[in-house]
Ligand binder design. Structure first.
Ligand SMILES: [Zn+2]
Length: 82
């Protein structure tokens, strides 16, 4: 999860999992952080076992598409082994 809560400065550094864009949220409370991210049009999604944050719907689409390509690649690899 690309969120880092800093209890010294009482804020949270959030980084987009696709483009690396960073946003500082002035809170250490996760529900508050998520609410503020959503207000800024961030996309928060659970993919597999992990939560991911994206600064926009576009970044989420790019990330999901590249994940699907990776999965397709794995399928093709297992076929070639048969
Ligand atoms: Zn992004």
């Amino acid at each position: 999860m690309a969120k880092y809560v800093d209890y010294t400065f009482e804020n949270c550094e959030c980084q987009c999992d696709e483009c690396g864009f960073e946003s500082i949220i002035d809170s250490t409370d996760y529900s508050d952080i998520n609410k503020q991210l959503k207000d800024d049009n961030w996309v928060i999604k659970k993919i597999g076992d992990y939560w991911h944050e994206f600064c926009s719907e576009e970044c989420y689409e790019i990330f999901i598409n590249s994940e699907n390509i990776k999965k397709e690649g794995m399928k093709n690899d297992s076929k070639s082994n048969i």
